[in-house]
Each structure stands twice: as C-alpha cells, then as structure tokens.
Design a protein around this ligand. Structure first.
Ligand code: NAD
Length: 304
C-alpha cells in the first residue's frame, strides 16, 4: 500500500483516484470544490480540507488540474505541495499543461529535492472510468520507472517517452495531429455530402483508402455512419471543443517557441475558437464541420 495525495478531483481526477483506492492504496484527496471532495469520499478517497493535509506523509503526489497556472500555484504557493511534502516525494502531473510549465515544474521540484514526472493522459473520461488511460511519462529514468508502477491501476497503456517534458510534448503533438485530422475529415465529409454522395458509401471508400484516419473511423461527423460518433447525438461532447482548443493552443505555443510553422494547427485552433465564441465550447470538437457548411447547418445538429 502506498500513501498517495491526489490534488484535483474533477472529471478525470475523481475517476482516476478511485482506481488507486481499488488497488489498495491510501488516497487522500483535495479539491477546492467542497462537493467534489464529498463525492470522492463516497468512493473511498479520504477527503481532506487542504493541500497540506493531503500531502502530509504521502510518498506520491498526483495532480489533475485544469491549466499550467493551477499547477504552478498548487506546487509553489505558500501552503502548496512544495511547502508541505517530504523531500524525495514523487510528484506526478497528469494535467495537460504548456511545455514551459512542465519544464518549470521539473526544475523547481528538482531543486527542492522532489522527484517530478510529467504524466499526461489520453483516453477521456471514459478511459478514466474504465482504468484504460494512456499515460505518457517524461523524467529521470528511475523516477519514471516508479511512476509507471503508480499509474498502472489507471492505465491501459503506459508509454515511457523520454526525459523531462517529453511526456507532455508527446501528448500535445499527438492532439495537434488529431485536430488537423479532424479538419481534413470535416472538409472531406462535407464536400462528399454536397457532391451528392451517400455518407456511408463515401465513408466505406475512405475507410479502406488513403483518406482513412483514426478520426474518420471513430468520429465521422455525419449521423448514422460510425456508432460512437457525436454526430449521432446532436454533437454532445465526447471530446469537447473547449478541451480540444486548449490542447491545440498549447501545441501551437510549443511550435512557436520551437520555431516550427504549423499553419494547419493554427487553422483548426481558430475554427474551434469560433465555436467557443458562439457558446458551443461544451459541444463536441467534431462540430467544427459547421465551418465547412455552405449555409451553417449541420446534419445531426439542432443548431444550439
Ligand atoms: P476538471 O476541471 O473537471 O478538474 C480539475 C479540478 O481541479 C477541478 O475540480 C477544480 O476544482 C480543481 N482545482 C482547480 N484549482 C485547484 C486548486 N488550487 N486546488 C485543488 N483543486 C483545484 O478538469 P478534467 O476534465 O478533470 O481535466 C483535468 C486535466 O486533465 C486537465 O488538464 C485536462 O486538460 C486533462 N485531460 C482531460 C481530459 C478529459 O477528457 N476531461 C482528457 C485528457 C486530459
């Protein structure tokens, strides 16, 4: 049994931490939202009222927070993790953050005698619920090996990607590619439709041809073609436009810092931004197919 502190009990953290409880670990959880602490207590997490209480005596601290600014504050603010955790504690950040925050976290943690592994995830709330997330780990080899053991109860795949920040870099690059895939799929699906093709007939062609992609097979944005697609249920989110926009924005920032030109990523980011501007950030990211529509209507979407 390992003593684990969990900070951030939202959509992902609540589900992920319950797998650690089931695996027999002692998990102390903290979130700024009272109701989320209460809900976590219902599935066996010892809910506590501060970061200090959560990390006291913990061998491992796991973060599941919205953005880089939250990670920096939870780690380094007075009464944060750095002030209260024991030196040598292994800190895993499963949040999706900018590469600069991850680099800062490694540096600040290391200089204080902590061990830090960037540990972003993919698989969404369904993967968190099922314990089948993909973890992408970056850090010192020995720390990553320990982190691997910790995340196994929550994981379908654990990828040891490389050194510090390589986990989060892999996550952001992958999601940037997904966004660009969605862009291609949306334009293709809309053009096929406007040229009079039957959606399923065209999908069957693309599926076995060079237009194939994971996005196409999983999220084809026309109702009645792919069973799990958001298009079948009014584009309610499986991966929201807001989260997709966040990830691609972070990837574009990483590209700019690295001097890499990413015009396609910039385009899909801006299309997602328009959904956000129209109050549709909670809808599925595949609703960007709206951007291709001649009259703004989308098959399977009620317009709200
Ligand atoms: P969420 O907003 O539901 O959960 C984050 C939680 O952090 C919230 O409950 C919030 O109250 C809490 N929090 C914020 N500041 C805090 C603080 N100072 N102290 C304690 N708790 C604090 O978000 P989520 O969907 O659970 O995602 C968490 C992270 O995982 C994000 O970085 C997200 O990008 C990433 N992620 C999400 C998904 C997904 O499908 N939801 C998939 C992969 C990765």
């Amino acid at each position: 049994m390992t003593s684990i502190a969990w900070i951030g009990l939202g959509n992902m953290g609540s589900r992920m931490s319950s797998h650690l409880v089931s695996a027999g670990h002692d998990v102390r959880g903290y979130d700024v939202v009272d109701a989320l602490r209460a809900a976590a207590a219902d599935h066996g997490v010892h809910a506590v009222g501060s970061i200090a209480e959560a990390v006291e005596g913990a061998e491992v601290v796991i973060l599941s927070l919205p953005k880089g600014e939250h990670v920096r504050s939870v780690l380094a603010d007075p009464d944060g993790v750095f002030d209260h955790a024991a030196p040598g504690t292994l800190i895993l950040d499963t949040s999706t953050v900018d590469i600069e925050t991850s680099r800062w976290s490694h540096g600040e943690a290391g200089s204080r005698g902590f061990r830090f592994v960037d540990s972003p995830i993919s698989g969404g709330t369904q993967g968190a619920e099922a314990g089948t997330l993909t973890f992408m780990l970056g850090g010192d080899e020995a720390d990553v090996a320990d982190a691997r053991e910790v995340v196994l109860p929550m994981a379908g795949n654990v990828m040891v990607v490389g050194e510090a920040t390589h986990g989060i870099a892999a996550k952001l690059v992958n999601n940037m590619m997904l966004g660009i895939s969605i862009l291609g799929m949306s334009e293709g699906a809309q053009l096929a439709q406007q040229l009079g093709l039957d959606a399923k007939a065209f999908f069957d062609v693309a599926r076995v041809s060079s237009g194939d992609s994971w996005a196409l097979r999983t999220w084809y944005p026309v109702p009645g073609v792919v069973p799990g697609a958001a298009a079948n249920h009014n584009f309610d989110a499986s991966f929201s436009a807001m989260l997709c926009h966040k990830d691609i924005t972070l990837a574009v920032a990483g590209a700019e810092a690295a001097g890499v030109r990413v015009p396609a990523a910039t385009l899909i980011r801006d299309q997602l931004q328009r959904l956000l501007d129209d109050g549709l950030g909670g809808k599925d990211c595949t609703l960007v197919v709206r951007e291709t529509s001649p009259d703004g209507t989308v098959a399977g979407w009620d317009g709200r």
